[in-house]
Design a protein around this ligand. Structure first.
Ligand SMILES: [Zn+2]
Length: 67
């Protein structure tokens, strides 16, 4: 699995970004990140500026998305 298989999700409460599976990103809210956290918005690619490039990417999602 590569990072391009994931979308970027954001937890509005913490500001942390999480990875969301592409296959579930197109479904209606709420979304679950691959680490199990819930996210409020999905906003582009995980390997883009609003995912891994954001201020606080989730370390668990980073590790899981690279497996
Ligand atoms: Zn996460």
């Amino acid at each position: 699995m590569s990072t391009s298989d994931h979308a970027a999700g954001r937890d509005q409460g913490t500001g942390r970004t999480h990875a969301v599976l592409r296959s579930t990103a197109d479904l209606p809210a709420p979304w679950a990140a691959i680490c199990g956290a819930s996210v409020d918005v999905v906003q582009g690619r995980w390997d883009g500026p609003r995912g891994l490039g954001a201020a606080d990417p989730c370390p668990d999602c980073r590790r899981l998305a690279e497996d």
